[in-house]
Design a protein around this ligand. Structure first.
Ligand code: NAP
Length: 278
């Protein structure tokens, strides 16, 4: 499987498809990640919050680290300077690696100084523990602030992205400012698979609905990280690069945006995820 790359500002190449791992625990996490690596994926997306880094680390021992692109994320409750450093060391330890290819702020946290967080992340880059830094679930305003504060590029904004949530302003801003868009929940946690247009195109191209949604995203240079526990789905999701959508079909998918998130719905800043509540 030859997977195209997107170029990060550091010059590193990020595979345009990776394996998502949210909500995978124990052996399910091990088996999913192993199936992805065996299918030719070289890019794995995890987070300290997913509680599966140790299981992923178990699998990685059988593979050449230099061939892999590993992303982890720091929780919004760990964004103080020392906490970022400790969280990164703990992630490295669990994953059994000396460095992360990409380290993301998992969610913005208005209770903790972004300057402090980014300073800590820059230090991690200087020390070689992290190769690229980025953010996740950041709005235009939040990303713009991060870009102004940071002394090194914000390489990636990982955001919910699929045909029912196309976020044109945010995506355009990322493009203009050379921050790569990474699509989390690119299958809308399966909701997009029942869309009529996606289904019609799946029939037309003799592909699965998942492949139609993923191909549409990668045609826009959006990095996708579908998650699956099925070896068949894992293989299918990466079989995207020897066919293409005709322009008018790509356009039909552009027109089914509903501005409808499946996960990025949290508006309560006092929720536990932010570590703000006492
Ligand atoms: N930064 C963030 O805050 C954030 C938030 C959400 C997600 N993410 C990242 O994005 C990754 C993907 O998002 P997600 O896990 O929420 O959802 P998703 O990838 O959109 O959807 C996963 C679901 O799709 C099914 N599926 C996968 N491939 C399929 C196929 N070819 N045909 C039919 N069904 C298929 C899976 O079931 P099977 O197991 O049966 O295949 C699973 O139920 C996460 O795992 C995580 O790494 C990040």
């Amino acid at each position: 499987m030859a997977v195209p790359f997107v170029n990060l500002p550091s010059g590193d190449e990020m595979p345009i498809i990776g394996a998502g791992t949210w909500d995978l625990e124990g052996n399910t996490a091990r088996e999913s990640v192993r199936a992805a690596l065996e299918a030719g994926y070289t890019h794995i997306d995890t987070a300290e919050g997913y509680m599966n880094e140790a299981e992923i680390g178990d699998v990685l021992t059988d593979y050449d680290r230099e061939e892999l692109f590993l992303t982890s994320k720091v929780l919004p409750s760990n964004l103080n300077y020392e906490s970022v450093r400790d969280a990164c060391d703990a992630s490295l330890d669990r994953l059994g690696t000396d460095y992360l290819d990409l380290y993301l702020i998992h969610w913005p946290n208005p209770a903790i100084s972004l300057r402090e967080t980014l300073h800590a992340m820059e230090q991690l880059v200087n020390e070689g523990k992290v190769r690229n830094i980025g953010v996740s679930n950041f709005s235009v305003y939040q990303l713009s602030a991060a870009q102004h504060i940071a002394n090194i590029p914000i390489a990636v904004n990982q955001i919910e992205y699929h045909p029912w949530l196309q976020r044109p302003e945010l995506v355009e801003f990322c493009r203009e400012t050379e921050t790569i868009v990474e699509g989390a929940a690119p299958l809308a946690r399966t909701e997009i698979l029942s869309d009529d247009t996606v289904g019609e195109l799946a029939d037309k191209y003799d592909k699965s609905p998942a492949q139609i949604a993923l191909r549409w995203a990668v045609e826009q240079e959006v990095v996708v990280i579908p998650k699956s526990t099925s070896t068949d789905h894992i293989r299918q999701n990466a079989a995207l690069f020897d066919w293409e959508l005709e322009e008018q079909d790509h356009q039909r998918l552009n027109e089914i945006d509903r501005n409808q998130p499946v996960y990025d719905t949290i508006k309560d800043w006092t929720g536990d995820v932010y570590g703000i509540s006492p």
